[in-house]
Design a protein around this ligand. Structure first.
Ligand code: SF4
Ligand code: SF4
Length: 358
């Protein structure tokens, strides 16, 4: 999921997007292979990403504080109408590891986000339109004046009569702050359907056309295959956009968000406090410096706050049941609300890969 080209807060392309989102891992533009190689530890070292404060080499682990809660992500649940090959959150029609959050639960976090003067509420899944209370959550967020970003595959769940009716109503009343971002995994039917299943390309196109014809503010999250560069990919998406007459500016990276194909690395170095200087990266560029995500686990009594969209299943990164608790989280993976980068995703997707999800 995924970024942020979307918000322009990060200076490099997103590595991970969700809902409509595969896991991808580009190298950051200014991160040379030699730098990464120089940082890399012994691939077989068993104790990497174990001690929250120290790396396996005994160096001080980097951490990232929240500069401002600019985007609050609300995960609506992991259930999805399809099962993409590389879905980072393992969504499927049967995976309810993250259950549907309710509108009431969402509202409690929106209350806190108002106090924090949060700019944007992002909704992601799974497929948000499977959650029966999702339209109420959207309406609540829009009524409060937040920018609302919805990540959807725009397929059957969104295209049912009732969700469409609610969407049209919301657009008429509150639509100026609503952006629908549809994942179109590739501009070719063959690669898209290979990833997402037969017929998924045509169904997504149907949804995008409906959104465009209905006048929604629209964006596409696409992917560049290993066999094309960004310019080629953008041109091909442009041709598709033109062919279908969608109201999307292919030159605008917020309207056509392109994620590189994943180049996976089995091993990844730990991130120390020295890495910021070595790599010329600022902690404030990490997603966890300006975002949090709320999830509700199956069997849990209440939703919890996580540092970002990239660590949905690691319970060690639960910051508390409210944003206020999250801001004070201390001990383990946190220090007075700051996040210790003690997960391989921190290295692989963020510091070295440039991951984000908005
Ligand atoms: S459409 Fe569903 S399965 Fe595919 S990437 Fe998005 S959330 Fe995952
Ligand atoms: S994966 Fe780690 S570095 Fe990246 S946003 Fe999440 S907590 Fe921050």
């Amino acid at each position: 999921m995924r970024d942020s080209e979307e918000t322009g807060k990060l200076r490099y392309p997103a590595a991970v997007a969700i809902n409509g989102s595969r896991v991808v891992m580009p190298m950051k533009g200014n991160t040379s292979l030699s730098t990464i190689t120089a940082l890399r530890d012994n691939p077989t070292a068993p104790q990497k990403f174990t001690d929250p404060d120290w790396t396996a080499k005994g160096e001080r682990r980097a951490k990232v504080g929240l500069t401002k809660l600019d985007t609050l992500w609300i995960n609506t649940g992991t259930l999805c109408n399809i099962e993409c090959k590389n879905c980072y959150i393992f969504s499927s029609p049967t995976n309810d590891a993250l259950v549907y959050i309710s509108a009431e639960e969402s509202a409690r976090f929106l209350d806190e986000a108002e106090v924090a003067e949060t700019r944007e509420i992002g909704f992601t899944g799974g497929e948000p339109f499977l959650n029966p209370e999702f339209p109420d959550m959207m309406e609540d967020a829009l009524k409060r004046g937040f920018e609302v970003l919805v990540l959807t595959n725009a397929m059957q769940p969104m295209q049912r009569p009732r969700p469409k009716e609610r969407l049209l109503d919301l657009k008429a009343r509150l639509g100026e702050k609503l952006t629908m971002r549809v994942s179109l995994d590739h501009h070719t039917r063959s690669l898209h359907d290979d990833e997402r299943g037969d017929g998924s390309f045509d169904k997504a196109l149907e949804g995008i056309s409906w959104l465009s014809d209905s006048g929604f503010r629209l964006a596409i999250a696409g992917r560049i295959s290993l066999y094309e560069n960004e310019d080629e990919g953008r041109e091909s998406y442009r041709a598709l956009i033109t062919e279908h007459g969608w109201d999307i500016d292919a030159d605008n990276p917020k309207q056509l968000v392109l994620f590189p194909e994943m180049t996976d690395i089995d091993d990844t170095p730990e991130i120390t406090t020295d890495c910021w200087g070595i790599l010329n990266i600022k902690p404030s560029e990490m997603m966890c410096a300006h975002s949090r995500m709320v999830v509700k686990r199956k069997g849990a009594g209440a939703p919890v706050v996580l540092p970002c969209t990239l660590l949905p299943f690691d319970e060690a990164f639960e910051m508390g049941e409210t944003l206020e608790e999250a801001a004070r989280a201390n001990g383990g993976m946190f220090e007075r609300g700051a996040v210790k980068l003690c997960h391989r995703h921190c290295s692989k997707f963020c510091v070295l890969g440039g991951g984000s999800c908005s």
